[in-house]
Design a protein around this ligand. Structure first.
Ligand code: BMA
Length: 897
């Protein structure tokens, strides 16, 4: 349905009714100032071309002044870059058309970060917040002929340190990141991507640059700066209305008539309106006369599509459980959020690319790429390696393909670019959007609050039209940091920090967001006790209380196969385990001497204290460690086994959360969200991610395809009794089939079937319960050490959802597990390649790897309990059967020791 907006005299959206026609958008002139600028450092020793949008690091690399910043130890070697000040310069010539316009704005969509802008040698303004768009009125400074535009950028490290020094009254912790992160100090004093000074998964690259577009906008009378729209539903009247907000910049007072209409919905409204000189925001509401179903309906309009959907965060008493529920109700329906946490895709945002091209091996000579809706024929191979690594589309599609329905844009990164949210809208990914504050206290001086206010208003206005965003959240872990005293704040000073906290997130951010957007909930922090935290003055005694709100839970040392160690929370918004990326991801940024688990490189890339050791300890609880004599094989086997460990740990924990959906045990439960930490990687290093830098899926991501499936069976043991739950997002009559295998045999020793049971949509229901001893007694010579189980749900005619498995002992104790001797055949099919495996015995965690050929298998890391299995491989660049066959390695658990 098309939304018609008529502002008389306005050539904006669709129609133009011409009551007066003095001004129109069509007469706005835009001069794009992106492209090649010149960049110099403070003493002028470096002078080079630099791309805008872009940053200093990218420019230095592109011009060959530095090599890949991600190579080996370069994060430390290139520290000098962000300790210097840099100047971007460009020249442009004015057209006659532009010079006669009444108003000319110089617009920066994003300056990173502390900048002074001058035009023809005259200062026009300053910037100090990378999350703000800036515009400066420059008509009087422009001249005929050549104009010189300069942006001087201060070292963000030195600026942050200056700000810290100026803040003498009390400390605003943390002063510096932990040493293991090799980062910079006082990032909380600068409004910039907080993880750019280093994080526990990322390098320190405090970027500087013009990271978004630059342009001149010239117009007469007025121009439309931004349009946003949110649908609101009135329960009492069962009526929709769409709130449309226009941000107008007017040179002089303009009066007129505005008509909003949606003919398809038989809804129209007319407003007499006027705009005062300067920037004004005006809200208009159109009532929808037609009764809409509570299902998403799309309205085509400019600029984005508008969908009708409601979102509520339900916090209400739960029968049989102290505390409050915490779940999202979308269009009146409770939804379990399944997904992960999103971090910045790259240290250098200019290297984030929009799309991924999928190679279809149809035409051998002229390769065909399909990108979204468009098919383009290329006769020459474009260089795809760069675009693949950081493609938003690829990562988001990967989330959807792993059956995720939600992502949390974590508060230590950036508010993502418009395209991110457009793709989420399109793919149906629900976004939990943090504001960019993380793991720290923040100053509350007037200047700081002022710039944060501007940031918040701008970001909410920019993003609120996106239906994918279902919640705004004030910060990451700052309530927890205060409540559980991460920073050793003396008790006597606590009230001051709490006052600052409330001032920033409640009195300012929350208030502003709620003024700007009434269509979605606001949460002050994550984790939080939500309504209970508010009761306790916004900082709860224990923000990790499982009876309220959301929980972040990490435990690296406790046995992750033991579900009893996990909190039965209402909503798990963070949990996870580290693993290493694959060798093909590490190889381009390392050299031979780096390829061992004890190398300097291996410990340099690990930014989480004791992380490498924790991975090994957790692995050793259930697996033999690699013992190959060949050092490279031992290294790659170690990378593999950390991925096995991570996949299995996150699987166990996620299954626990999903099966806790429908029950209250010892007063806890009704879990309605599982967002593991973290989806993606910022560089090639060990981390909690399920997707490696470069887009390659780790074993965990393949596992997520199963453990987030709409219909899925999960097993666990309680007091030596095996319990299997059917989890279903859909309503189905289902029965369970359990196959018992011995580790030595590829045919089941025995099979058990349950009777058919209705599993209501949105529930987790126990469908099987039997003491392990009695189950084994009825099944040949099976013991805990010799046998394992697979199980699946079925309806009358076919299997529903993926097959799952349950080990009755640690694989390291399994008796009869043999080297499987897997052989393989690669074939070319119409739209992908197929890989057929043949195994002569049971093989756990079968891992196919084609090295640096980018692409994805349809399934990987699986338990092989059949002689043959075929999986597909979708390549993201042209390849061949020969190349794939040569690159393919297959590893299963028994191959590493
Ligand atoms: C959480 C996150 C991040 C961090 C992750 C892993 O607390 O919010 O700050 O990267 O844990 O430690």
């Amino acid at each position: 349905m098309l939304l018609h907006v008529r502002l008389s005299g306005w050539a904006c959206w669709c129609l133009f009714s011409g009551v007066f026609s003095v001004f129109s958008l069509q007469q706005r002139l835009t001069v794009n100032l992106n492209g090649k600028w010149r960049l110099s450092n403070s003493n002028g020793s470096l002078l080079l071309p630099a791309q805008v949008p872009g940053c200093v690091h990218s420019a230095l690399q592109q011009q060959g002044y530095i090599t890949d910043p991600y190579f080996r130890f370069n994060d430390v070697s290139y520290r000098w870059i962000a300790l210097d000040n840099w100047t971007y310069t460009t020249t442009f010539t004015l057209s006659a058309e532009l010079s006669v316009k009444q108003k000319v704005l110089l617009v920066f969509d994003g300056v990173d970060t502390v900048g002074s802008v001058s035009l023809n040698g005259i200062a026009v303004g300053k910037t100090n917040n990378m999350f703000c768009r800036h515009d400066f009125s420059v008509k009087d400074l422009l001249k005929d002929g050549e104009n010189v535009l300069q942006v001087g950028l201060l070292s963000p490290i030195l600026y942050a340190s200056e700000q810290r020094k100026a803040h003498t009254s009390y400390v605003v912790p943390p002063e510096c990141p932990p040493g293991v992160q090799k980062g910079e100090c006082h990032v909380n004093f600068i409004r910039k991507e907080q993880s750019s000074f280093s994080w526990d998964w990322g390098p320190s690259f405090p970027t500087m640059g013009l990271w978004k577009g630059v342009r001149l906008e010239a117009f007469d009378i007025l121009q439309l700066v931004q349009v946003s729209s949110v649908p609101l539903y009135n329960d009492a009247f069962s009526q929709w209305r769409v709130q449309i907000e226009l941000l107008i910049d007017a040179v002089q007072t303009a009066r007129g008539q505005l008509t909003l209409s949606i003919p398809e919905l038989d809804s129209e409204q007319t407003f007499q309106t006027h705009f005062n000189p300067g920037k004004t925001k005006s809200n208009f509401t159109i009532l929808i006369n037609t009764v809409l179903e509570m299902t998403p309906v799309s309205l085509l309009c400019y600029p984005p599509q508008v969908y009708f959907r409601t979102v509520e965060l339900i916090q209400e008493p739960v029968v049989g459980s102290p505390g409050l529920s915490f779940y999202f109700r979308i269009n009146g329906k409770p939804i379990f959020l399944k997904g992960s946490n999103w971090i910045p895709v790259h240290s250098f945002q200019d290297q984030v690319t929009p799309d991924v091209l999928t190679y279809i091996p149809l035409l051998p000579l002229v390769c065909r790429y399909v990108s979204g809706l468009f098919s383009i024929l290329f006769s020459l191979m474009p260089d795809l390696s760069a675009c693949l690594s950081c493609s938003l589309k690829n990562l988001l599609q990967s989330a959807v393909d792993a059956n995720m329905n939600a992502l949390r844009v974590w508060g230590g990164g950036v508010y993502e670019q418009d395209l991110f949210y457009e793709i989420c809208d399109e793919l149906g990914i629900m976004v939990w959007q943090d504001f960019m504050f993380a793991c720290a206290m923040y100053p509350t001086e007037t200047d700081f609050i002022q710039t944060v206010r501007e940031e918040v208003v701008q970001q909410v206005q920019r993003l609120k039209s996106h239906p994918s965003i279902i919640i705004w959240s004030g910060n990451n872990e700052n309530e927890a940091a205060l409540a559980t005293d991460w920073f050793d704040i003396p008790a006597s000073q606590r009230p001051k920090y709490i006052r600052d906290y409330v001032m920033l997130y409640v009195d300012n951010i929350k208030k502003l967001v709620q003024e700007e957007d009434q269509s979605r909930p606001f949460l002050v922090s994550s984790p939080t006790n939500g309504a209970e935290s508010e009761q306790e003055g916004w900082v709860a005694e224990n923000p990790y209380d499982p009876h309220y709100g959301d929980v972040h839970f990490y435990s690296y040392i406790l046995d992750c196969w033991d579900w009893r160690t996990f909190p039965r929370t209402r909503f798990a918004s963070e949990y996870g385990f580290q693993s290493w990326p694959s060798f093909s991801t590490l190889q381009p940024v390392s050299i031979k001497e780096d390829w061992s688990y004890g190398s300097n490189f291996t410990s340099h890339r690990q930014h989480h204290e004791d992380g490498n050791q924790q991975m090994i300890l957790q692995t050793a609880l259930h697996f033999h460690l690699p013992n190959a004599t060949d050092p490279l094989k031992r290294f790659t086997d170690t990378l593999y086994i950390t991925q096995v460990m991570q996949a299995q740990c996150v699987k166990t924990q996620t299954e626990f959360y999903r099966r806790s959906r429908s029950e209250i045990i010892e007063g806890k439960g009704h879990t309605m969200g599982a967002l593991y930490w973290q989806l993606n990687d910022i560089w090639q290093a060990p981390s909690w991610s399920s997707i490696e830098f470069g887009g390659k899926w780790k074993m965990l991501h393949y596992f997520a395809q199963s453990f987030f499936a709409a219909v899925f069976p999960v097993a666990f043991e309680e007091d030596d009794t095996l319990v299997i739950y059917a989890i279903s997002d859909l309503s189905r009559d289902l029965k369970l089939r359990v196959n018992v295998f011995s580790w030595t045999e590829l045919d089941p020793v025995c099979t058990l079937n349950s009777s058919m049971l209705l599993v209501p949509g949105g529930s987790a229901v126990a469908v099987f319960k039997q003491p392990v001893a009695s189950l084994l007694a009825g099944c040949g010579n099976c013991t805990r050490l010799t046998c394992l189980l697979t199980f699946q749900l079925e309806d009358d005619s076919s299997q529903q959802g993926p097959t799952n498995y349950h080990f009755l002992c640690s694989p390291k104790d399994a008796q009869g597990l043999r080297r499987p001797n897997i052989t393989v055949k690669v074939e070319e099919k119409k739209t992908c390649f197929s890989v057929t495996l043949h195994s002569d015995s049971v093989a756990p965690f079968v891992w196919l790897d084609v090295g640096n050929i980018p692409g994805r298998f349809s399934s990987n890391g699986f338990l092989m309990v059949s002689r043959n299995r075929t999986v597909d491989f979708n390549a993201w660049r042209p390849t061949s059967v020969a190349e794939l066959t040569a690159s393919l390695t297959i590893t299963s658990l028994r191959d590493i020791y």
